[in-house]
Design a protein around this ligand. Structure first.
Ligand code: ADP
Ligand code: MG
Length: 242
C-alpha cells in the first residue's frame, strides 16, 4: 500500500469546484513536486492531505487510514503529516526551541526534558542549534522557516507537506531553506512540495505533477515534465516561468 492515496478527489467551495477529480499515490521515501498556475488547486490539495480541508467527494488515505472529519482521526492525522506553509506562522511569544517543543509536550504529553532534547536535535537538523533561545522576530525569514520545518519534524511525521515554503523569502534566503529540504529528501523523508523552484524540482523530485484547473494534467520524471512536456498547457506554463 502507498503512503498517500488520493482517489477521485473533488473539492468544492460553494459553487466553485477547485479540485476536479485528482488521483495521486505517494510511496514511502518519494519526493513529489507540484507545479501549476496560481489558483489551480495546489494548496487545496495539500490541505486535503493533512485534514485542513475535507473532500467534497472522493477519498484521501494516509498510511492506510482514511481522512475523516472526526476529531480523533484528525488528531492522529496531524501527528503523521507535517505541514510547512509559505508564511511560517511561528508563535511570536515563544523562543525557537519552545516553538519546536510545544506540540510534543502538549499533543504527545512528552516530559519537558525529553521534549527539550528532541527540540534541540530538530534545531540541529535545520542548522539552528545556536538559535534555540532566539525569538522569532530576532530571526531572518529563512531561519524562521527552518524553525517551522524543525517544529513539523518534531512530531516525527511520516510525510512532510511544503506549500511554497520559499515564496515569502528574500531571494538570498531561499537557498538555506531548500538545502534543508534537500537534506531531508536525502534522508528518505516522504515529501509533497508545491514550489516554483524548478532547480530544486529537477534535482530533488522523483516525480513532478503539473496541475491546471483542479486536475493533474501531466506527471512524470522531472526531466520529462520540465524539459520535454507533452501537454500544451504544461509547455505554456513553463515558458512563462522563464
Ligand atoms: P493554488 O494553491 O494552486 O494557487 P488554491 O488551492 O489556493 O490554489 O486555490 C484554488 C481556488 O480555490 C482559488 O480560486 C481560491 O480562491 C479558491 N479557494 C481556496 N480556498 C478557499 C476557501 N476556503 N473558500 C473559498 N475559496 C477557496
Ligand atoms: Mg497555493
Amino acid at each position: 500500500m502507498s503512503l498517500v492515496e488520493v482517489r477521485n478527489l473533488h473539492k468544492r467551495f460553494g459553487t466553485l469546484e477547485v479540485l476536479r477529480g485528482v488521483d495521486l499515490t505517494v510511496e514511502p521515501g518519494e519526493v513529489v513536486v507540484f507545479v501549476g498556475p496560481s489558483g489551480c488547486g495546489k494548496s487545496t490539495l495539500l490541505r486535503c492531505l493533512c485534514g485542513l480541508e475535507m473532500p467534497t467527494e472522493g477519498e484521501v488515505v494516509v498510511g492506510g487510514v482514511p481522512v475523516r472529519d472526526e476529531a480523533k482521526a484528525l488528531q492522529a492525522l496531524h501527528r503523521r503529516v507535517g505541514m510547512v506553509f509559505q508564511r511560517f506562522h511561528l508563535f511570536p511569544h515563544l523562543s525557537a526551541l519552545d516553538n519546536v517543543t510545544l506540540a510534543p509536550r502538549k499533543v504527545l504529553g512528552m516530559p519537558d526534558a525529553e521534549a527539550e532534547a528532541l527540540g534541540r536535535r530538530m534545531l540541529e537538523m535545520v542548522h539552528l542549534g545556536e538559535k534555540a533561545g532566539a525569538w522569532p522576530e530576532q530571526l531572518s525569514g529563512g531561519q524562521q522557516q527552518r524553525v517551522a520545518i524543525a517544529r513539523a519534524l518534531a512530531m516525527k511525521p511520516e510525510v512532510m507537506l511544503f506549500d511554497e515554503p520559499t515564496s515569502a523569502l528574500d531571494p538570498e534566503l531561499v537557498g538555506e531553506v531548500l538545502e534543508v529540504m534537500r537534506e531531508l529528501a536525502r534522508e528518505g523523508m516522504t515529501m509533497c512540495v508545491v514550489t516554483h523552484e524548478m532547480g530544486f524540482a529537477e534535482d530533488v523530485a522523483h516525480r513532478v505533477l503539473f496541475m491546471d484547473g483542479g486536475k493533474v494534467v501531466e506527471e512524470g520524471a522531472p526531466q520529462q515534465v520540465l524539459r520535454e512536456p507533452k501537454q500544451p498547457r504544461t509547455r505554456e506554463f513553463l515558458s512563462r516561468l522563464l
